[in-house]
Design a protein around this ligand. Sequence first.
Ligand SMILES: NC(=O)c1ccc[n+]([C@@H]2O[C@H](COP(=O)([O-])OP(=O)(O)OC[C@H]3O[C@@H](n4cnc5c(N)ncnc54)[C@H](OP(=O)(O)O)[C@@H]3O)[C@@H](O)[C@H]2O)c1
Length: 223
Amino acid sequence: MQAHIVLHMMTTLDGRIITSHWPKDFDYNSIYEDIHSRLEGDGWIVGRVTMAEFEKGTPKPVSQSEPLPRETWKAPHASNGPYAVAVDRSGKLHLNVDRVNGDAVVVVLTESVPDAHLAELRRDGISYLFAGKTDVDLPEAVAKLHKEFGIKRLLLEGGGAINGAFLDAGLIDEISQLIVPFADGSADTHTLFERKKSTATTFALQTVDRLDHDIVHLRYTKK
Ligand SMILES: NC(=O)c1ccc[n+]([C@@H]2O[C@H](COP(=O)([O-])OP(=O)(O)OC[C@H]3O[C@@H](n4cnc5c(N)ncnc54)[C@H](OP(=O)(O)O)[C@@H]3O)[C@@H](O)[C@H]2O)c1
């Protein structure tokens, strides 16, 4: 059985997602987090680049390790969610923390990740699972998150690359999109979905809510 997946993202009027240069007129992050809480996920999942924003300090890699099995490893404290999940196919993340925003971290890896990286994750108390040999098999990852971590409702929270991969894999059941009233003026081109497939995917509009600061909250479901 698969988890129900809700994409939750904040974009500009032109669908851009990099927030760093947006006007600081109001605290749009707290609005985003408030809706995140109301969506009641058992966990949230992000791409490697987005999760890297939560790294603490400098990388502390382990130089050597005995061979470790390519099997799910659950940190002792990680029996209950909600979980903060990162997709990191080749083991580039060095979070140095076992929780992000209070949620226990789980990393989705491929079997190609070096043993030393698995040893680093175990040392840091970070749970991990495997989905795929060198490329991440997203349906397998989602199925394991459900079966092994009890994640029945998963919030997909960016960035554009991982959102696009989930959409291409047909895994998005709902969209929760907050649109801020800015047209992005930067050279940045990151958008809500960076897709490999070139066929359009249609969603059905469910609700439209006007929030403070002229933000619009759109809810869609899979058609
Ligand atoms: N506005 C919002 O609501 C919002 C929300 C979240 C994030 N963001 C912003 O989005 C930006 C990051 O976006 P992004 O698109 O560059 O990064 P991302 O989706 O977080 O991560 C991209 C990375 O994911 C890996 N990846 C790509 N396709 C994959 C696939 N099919 N399977 C497995 N892994 C795959 C690649 O990592 P490898 O190189 O390791 O293979 C790629 O570099 C950040 O600036 C963040 O602040 C905005």
